[in-house]
Write a protein that binds this ligand. Structure first.
Ligand code: ZN
Ligand code: ZN
Length: 266
């Protein structure tokens, strides 16, 4: 059974040719869920063979531009390509108002329904989505605006255990959400800075490589995938080495790459 994520953008707020702003498409046995929709996500989807119309459910972590400025363009293109089927969007409160303003000033309309599911809980982990293949829950992170991490869990088939994938960005270091990602099979966590930027990370509410690896270790995650890498770091191997010193089973995300959510090793 398939369960993997394709990275559209692994960069932080400042997009570069090598790393675009945040975006992923998760495939769970044919269900495609989009996580974040930074600028240029629709172009990245075309480059990396992710069919635009195959995505019907989008989860935004927060409303900083590098996580959602691609949404008006993606929805507009879906409309231009004749979409009729609905799109569900899960995001912090404010998304409906923001999108309505975009559409009004642009004089745009969409021929398909868009349903906004606004999140506002400030603690706990709430299930927000379910279909025949998976469950998705949202929990608050620590950032300068309301921000949610998402936990995607497949529904087991036969004797297979249910794999789980967590996507947590943007966040400063906090152990508040560790209970929700305990023993997750693949943990995609922001790592905006290297360890020498710890004070900047604390001030801006982002994580360093070492902090991300420490969270993965404490969560007893199966594998760590670093993302949201600042444009100032041109040598990913150095970031990776810092994280691997704390949590060896770490990867660093690259745009266009696909990362499998593996079954736990006994
Ligand atoms: Zn960001
Ligand atoms: Zn942010």
């Amino acid at each position: 059974m398939n369960f993997y994520t394709t990275i559209l953008g692994s960069g932080a707020a400042l997009p570069t040719v090598a790393r675009h702003c945040s975006g992923q498409v998760v495939n769970i046995n044919g269900t495609r869920l989009m996580l974040d929709c930074g600028e240029n996500s629709q172009t990245q989807m075309r480059i990396y063979h992710q069919k635009l119309q195959s995505v019907g459910t989008i989860f935004l972590t927060h409303l900083h531009g590098d996580h959602f400025f691609g949404l008006p363009g993606l929805l507009s293109t879906m409309h231009l390509c004749g979409r009729q089927t609905p799109v569900d969007i899960f995001a912090p409160a404010g998304i409906a108002q923001a999108m309505e303003l975009f559409m009004t000033v642009a004089g745009s309309h969409l021929d398909f329904p868009v349903c906004y599911h606004e999140l506002s809980h400030t603690e706990g982990c709430l299930q927000v989505f379910e279909n025949e293949r998976c469950l998705v829950s949202a929990f608050p992170l620590l950032h300068s605006v309301p921000t949610y991490g998402y936990l995607i869990q497949e529904k087991p088939r036969g004797n297979n255990p249910a794999r789980r994938y967590a996507y947590c960005t943007d966040t400063g270091y906090t152990e508040s959400f560790l209970p929700y990602i305990h023993q997750v099979d693949l943990l995609c966590l922001e790592s905006t800075f290297d360890s020498s930027f710890a004070s900047v990370a604390a001030e801006k509410l982002h994580c360093t490589t070492v902090q991300a690896a420490t969270l993965a270790l404490k969560a007893e995650a199966g594998q760590l995938l670093l993302t949201h890498i600042s444009a100032r770091f041109k040598e990913p191997d150095k970031l990776l080495a810092e994280a691997q010193a704390v949590f060896p089973n770490t990867l660093i995300a690259s745009d266009g790459e696909r990362y499998e959510v593996h079954y736990p090793t006994a």
